[in-house]
Design a protein around this ligand. Structure first.
Ligand SMILES: Cc1cc2nc3c(=O)[nH]c(=O)nc-3n(C[C@H](O)[C@H](O)[C@H](O)COP(=O)(O)O)c2cc1C
Length: 244
């Protein structure tokens, strides 16, 4: 059956601009707690982020316990944002859940008859794209095939190494992080994304699977008066944007 989804009702671009412009990396938070319904909504919206092949290679670990937060703040190099925030979110990427999630998409498909192309995509193409084999041997073979065939016709993107899969997961995770931070701002709360952390120490504090890696730790709370350290600085648009 063809799925028809009408465009959503007209929204307010000015309100969106205010949210995007109002988001700053906040390094000092007040002691005000973040209500559960706000946090839940931000997580729900993070989970709606676009993600590669809808394979959702992410996990969100919410840290509320003060003792654990203090330890995680230490692992975040004692950064003020981490030390003062009432909520820390450890955002984790997964490089080995693609197969489980591909099967889940098939199992949880919204109608009984799975379209053939969906079935082929998740049962065959995804396997091809993500399998790299021991010591990346299959990845190497794929690279040889792609280089040869790619000379005569376009070849789809594939992953040749586990490092490629990590980059793949991190892209989708980063989009979810941005959804989370914008959602927080929409609720009048603020955030600070952090990659200044000691991953080895974080792994000791937050149980995670072997294939998991920490994409960001996000501090969240109410912005303290002196929470933003500097005015926003962005480079000239002409340096960064090209039109062809
Ligand atoms: C992936 C990533 C990692 C970051 N890591 C840190 C960090 O460890 N500590 C910190 O204070 N800010 C961190 N930031 C925030 C940036 O410094 C900040 O986004 C940048 O200076 C622009 O400022 P703005 O977010 O207020 O626009 C990080 C941002 C991103 C996207």
């Amino acid at each position: 059956m063809r799925h028809i989804e009408p465009a959503p009702p007209k929204t307010n671009p000015k309100a969106f601009r205010a949210i995007v412009e109002g988001r700053r990396s906040v390094r000092k938070f007040t002691k005000d707690p973040v209500p559960d319904h706000v946090l839940d909504d931000c997580i729900d919206l993070a989970l709606l982020a676009p993600n590669s092949s809808n394979l959702q290679p992410w996990e969100f670990v919410i840290i509320k316990t003060p003792e654990l937060r203090a330890q995680i703040a230490e692992a975040c190099m004692g950064q003020n944002a981490a030390k003062t925030a009432p909520i820390l979110l450890v955002q984790i990427g997964r490089t080995a859940t693609w197969n489980r999630n591909a099967q889940r998409i098939i199992e949880e498909w919204h109608e009984e008859a799975i379209p053939k192309q969906v079935d082929t995509y998740y049962n065959k193409l995804v396997q091809y794209h993500f399998t790299t084999g021991p010591l990346n041997i299959l990845g190497l073979a794929k690279r040889v095939v792609k280089s040869a065939v790619g000379m005569v016709r376009p070849m789809p993107h594939s992953h040749y190494t586990q490092a490629d899969i990590k980059v793949w997961a991190a892209k989708s995770c980063a989009l979810a992080c941005e959804n989370f931070m914008l959602a927080a701002r929409a609720h009048d709360y603020d955030t600070c994304p952090m990659e200044g952390f000691d991953e080895t120490r974080l792994r000791q504090l937050v149980p995670m699977a072997n294939d998991a890696f920490v994409v960001m730790v996000i501090a969240m709370g109410k912005r303290a008066e002196n929470g933003v350290y500097y005015p926003r600085q962005r480079f000239d648009r002409q340096l960064m944007v090209r039109e062809l």
